[in-house]
Ligand binder design. Structure first.
Ligand code: F6R
Length: 258
């Protein structure tokens, strides 16, 4: 695990964008796993800027989003389809046919979930997976007590998640109760993982994920079992880490490492 601490939210996005760009430079047809929510916005803004100013090319890229609310049509302003189009896809040159987002309106969820898993494999697997983290430690919508081997499926959102996400809706009653989400097992198969977190409200979840036991009660802690995970944090999200000095020492010594 690598822990990188940035002073600001904008800097966090730039650090993550450099990792995405490095992946695309090495493999122009890379498969990216993408997240929604407020956390990755500074990353997406920087990717759009790099595309416009520096020609960062997405023409061969394939994407898979982590999750979608059940019941929201793709043009609902709070759907993750809408979010991705607004904040990233319409501003870059990724072909529409290469974009995958779980369906929140299929009439056969089981078949759709199985297809989504198969499609990831057919496309060669996810090279780089971007994640946020919930204040309850969830990754994607794998709420506490999700199996650490879980695959794409329907999940019932936990009450704290519904309360957290109510800020995007007119009221908590309007937040969907179910989501379709990649599983922890699906996520762990990505070749490289970037988990982004900012704000003090994420500090307890980040501390549990990085320094706590591996437990389904904090599904992000399963990333401790992954061979190539990078946590890109702002200082507030990193504030509860007991080994913070060491993580920063590692980063400062990285350029000279043999
Ligand atoms: C979104 C997702 C969620 C969010 C998490 C944090 O696709 O999978 O796990 O990353 O709920 O949300 P924000 O970034 O809004 O704090």
């Amino acid at each position: 695990m690598e822990v990188i601490v940035n002073e600001t939210y904008e800097e966090m996005g730039k650090t993550a964008a450099r990792v995405v760009a490095k992946t695309l430079n090495a493999k122009p047809n890379a498969v990216l796993g993408l997240a929604t929510g407020s956390t990755p916005l500074s990353l997406y803004q920087e990717l759009v800027r790099m595309h416009k100013d520096e020609g960062l090319d997405f023409s061969q890229v394939t994407t898979f989003n982590l999750d979608e609310y059940v019941g929201l049509k793709i043009d609902h302003p709070q759907s993750y389809h809408y979010f991705m189009n607004e904040n990233l896809f319409q501003h870059i040159n990724v072909p529409a046919a290469n974009i995958h987002i779980p369906s929140g309106t299929t009439d056969n969820y089981e078949a759709f979930c199985n297809w989504y898993e198969r499609r990831i494999v057919e496309c060669g697997g996810i090279d780089l997976q971007v994640l946020g983290i919930g204040s309850d430690g969830h990754i994607a919508f794998n709420e506490p007590s999700s199996s650490l081997g879980s695959r794409t499926r329907i999940k019932t959102l936990a009450k704290p998640t519904i309360e957290d996400n109510a800020r995007f809706f007119d009221s908590a009653e309007e937040v969907p109760i179910y989501a379709i989400t990649m599983g922890v097992g699906t996520i762990l198969e990505a070749r490289k993982i970037l988990l982004l977190a900012n704000k003090e409200s994420k500090a307890p979840a980040i501390t549990a994920a990085i320094e706590g036991p591996v437990t389904s009660l904090c599904t992000a802690s399963a990333l401790q079992l992954h061979p190539d995970t990078m946590f890109i944090l702002d200082r507030a999200a990193a504030s509860g880490l007991s080994m913070l000095d060491y993580y920063e020492w590692i980063q400062s010594k990285m350029p000279d490492a043999p």
